[in-house]
Design a protein around this ligand. Sequence first.
Ligand code: LLP
Length: 447
Amino acid sequence: MAAPAPALDPGNDPSFAELLAQRPQLTRHAHDGLVMEDVPLARIAEVVGTPTWVYSAGTLRRRARALRAALADAGLTATVHFATKANDNLSVLALLGREGLGADVVSEGELRGARAAGIPASAIVFSGVGKSEREIRLALAEGIMQINAESIEEIDMISAIAAGMGRIAPVAIRVNPDVDAKTHAKITTGRSENKFGVAYDDALTLYARMAKLPGIRPIGIATHIGSQITIGMGAYRAAYARLAELVRAIRAQGLPIERVDCGGGLGIAYRDEIAPAPAALAGAIKAELGALGLPVMLEPGRWIAGPAGVLLSRVILQKQGTARRFVVLDAAMNDLLRPAMYDSWHGILPVSPAALVAPLAPADVVGPVCESSDCFTRDRALPDLPPGALVALLDTGAYGATMSSTYNARPLAAEVLVDGARFAVVRDRQSYEALHAGQRVPEWLME
Ligand code: LLP
């Protein structure tokens, strides 16, 4: 006998109306249901199919402008370099490039993508704990703005490669400030036990060493303390204060320094988090680093792209388990990995006008992949979602498509950019031919 349905306890979950109020790019229409900018999501599903990532161009622009304006309003000379790991779709990069953003890349693929999208190498910073010789060569050949070095071993390697190429590499040292950003353990980076950056106490010696190397021009220091930081500005201020102290020590030794890279990490409100405003970050930078009179750089990813995207998915079926209702989507953990990997919470909105106002009951929303962790949420207050119903998984514009895989031989989902009343497919859904392209069965196996 089926157990009675559990009572509905939305806990900290915002209502549909509250989710919509915070996301001006999404509105509810009596006839069209959920609409992004001026395009009904149901229309995109009809034309492009599902699952599909849908990005709002207006939101990307608005957020890029808000961030730049906050820095300018604080009186800072600053450049913003979008962390392309958050969203490397070429149209998204091209749009942000046209807004005056540079890029923060961590691989040859990301560097090539940023360049292909029209972002000049002189606005690209190369971060990451392990850059290959080939990647360093390419970065130098392109004339990259800055390489953030993370170890003495890497500094020596960059110098040797640059000297061999007859070039001087512009290098900043990424310093690990050993502050606790109190974010999810899997996305904290600024503690001494993390693999990132050089130890704070070694940074000055390393900087002085860089100044003596033939292939390197030391140009600055950098830090990045973690991602999805929502605890206010305390951890940032602590990290920036340590950077300021280091800049003073560098100058005291008569060494040149041209800029400070403040990293990314600004969090967003997925559920009920209090997300800091860009003005607060700009204020923290100004307070701790302003007196140095140096240009600063930021490398945000999530704050710009996260709220701009939804994952549009269709219900395959609704399954009544012994004690729970399961809504099985055609999107899965191979598309959106964040809930499985970080237990992250994403708003889920029904798309049809009727479902947006229908009575609610708890449901687990899952994908079809053969893993128990292929579960987007448990006990979420949702209406009846019969086969064919559409839902939008919110705030998936950052670390959504970029973290997808083809696990369970599921092709990569399509990507769409909405701009006002227009929309365009900016990445085709992967075909089954493409899914297996490049694989070969050796003849001797078939003999
Ligand atoms: N700069 C560096 C050196 C980074 O490592 C990162 C992110 C960023 C900038 C951009 O951080 P953001 O502004 O986006 O917080 N996959 C995880 C997030 C991993 C972030 C890794 N580094 C997630 O889905 O939450």
